[in-house]
Design a protein around this ligand. Structure first.
Ligand code: ADP
Ligand code: ELE
Length: 304
């Protein structure tokens, strides 16, 4: 039977520097990036779907067509008459990325406004992926709706995966961000933080401290990403260490974490072999950071 990997969040218009002074228009967003790479990495027994809200304008249609062409299912996506999609621009300094956003009134902020549509989308999936950005863009009431629906889906047997992907700028206060991230971890089976973000937000001194904080919230498997450095996974009390192979000629680290998530999950969901899955995540991320923009074709290694 075909299984479904559903990713939930915001896809934006992306302006990615090409290295020539020009920008390439694309579509991206952390959860869409993970869906894109999951589509490449998961085996034929899997469908990949995306859940968000978009507008009914030409740009929103183009975004959905982009996903359709990539083989990502769009049938649950909400289409709102009075909104459009957000936009972000990548700024690069020695290959390390930062972002400028125009997304404060984007359609995706309404993704949890229709409880029935949300429940229908979640009910169609065996694995559900969401991030700290997914919850950051929602009103407090809609955030509760989403977490409640995820909890229900989990009780019905779905595996829930959460990447905290901390973006302090999207939150009113650091405390609200921290509380929401822990609440999201509590409904999750796998949490995949990035150490530099979590250390800054929570004051963690070590990767072990980051992993333990989520384990204390009840998360069975925590995978702590750490850029080029040694990383760890904490699997029901047991620590696994892994060091990614060095990557030369890093061009743009956008979506390193998102592609790592996809490579890791595709391998782990299939094999439950943690060392193998960590290596698969790092191998995919290593390819992605040698190209511009969030989405590259991992086969041909061209920007999408
Ligand atoms: N400079 C790098 N060299 C080698 N691998 C890297 C590098 N940067 C990122 N990666 C790979 O990408 C993964 C995620 O990177 P990280 O920077 O921790 O995530 P994020 O992009 O979410 O901040 C790492 O675990 C590693 O496998
Ligand atoms: O910030 C957002 O809202 C985005 O979604 C923009 C980016 O595409 C991802 O955030 C990249 O994520 P990293 O894997 O951490 O590089």
């Amino acid at each position: 039977m075909t299984q479904t990997f559903l990713s939930i969040g915001e896809c934006m218009v992306e302006m990615a520097p090409k290295g020539t002074g020009d920008y390439q228009l694309g579509f991206a967003g952390d959860t869409l990036n993970t869906a894109w790479y999951a589509k490449h990495a998961l085996g034929p027994g899997w469908d990949v779907a995306y859940f968000t809200a978009v507008g009914q304008d030409a740009l929103s249609e183009r975004m959905c067509s982009f996903m359709d062409t990539a083989g990502i299912r769009t049938n649950h996506i909400r289409k709102l008459p009075d909104r459009t999609v957000g936009l972000y621009l990548i700024e690069l300094s020695n290959g390390e990325r930062s972002f400028a956003y125009w997304r404060s009134d984007s359609a995706a902020r309404q993704l949890a406004a229709d409880r029935a549509a949300l429940a229908k989308a979640l009910g169609s999936a065996q694995v559900i992926f969401f991030s700290g950005i997914t919850i950051a863009i929602l009103s407090p009431a809609h955030r509760l709706t989403l977490l409640g629906s995820l909890s229900q889906a989990r009780q019905n047997g779905a595996t829930i995966v959460f990447d905290p992907n901390l973006r302090p700028r999207l939150w009113n206060t650091p405390e609200t961000m921290r509380d929401a991230v822990i609440a999201a971890a509590k409904v999750s089976d796998i949490v995949m933080p990035s150490f530099d973000d979590d250390a800054l937000a929570f004051g963690d001194k070590t990767l072990e401290a980051t992993a333990q904080r989520y384990a204390d919230a009840g998360v069975p498997l925590v995978v702590v990403k750490n850029g080029a450095g040694p990383m760890i996974a904490l699997d029901k009390g047991k620590i696994e260490h892994f060091t990614p192979a060095p990557v030369s000629e890093i061009v743009d680290t956008t979506a390193a974490g998102d592609s790592f998530n996809a490579g890791f999950l595709a391998s782990y969901l299939d094999s439950k072999d943690l060392p193998r899955a960590l290596a698969a995540g790092a191998e995919l991320a290593a390819k992605v950071i040698t190209r511009h923009g969030a989405l590259v074709d991992p086969e041909g290694l061209t920007s999408a």
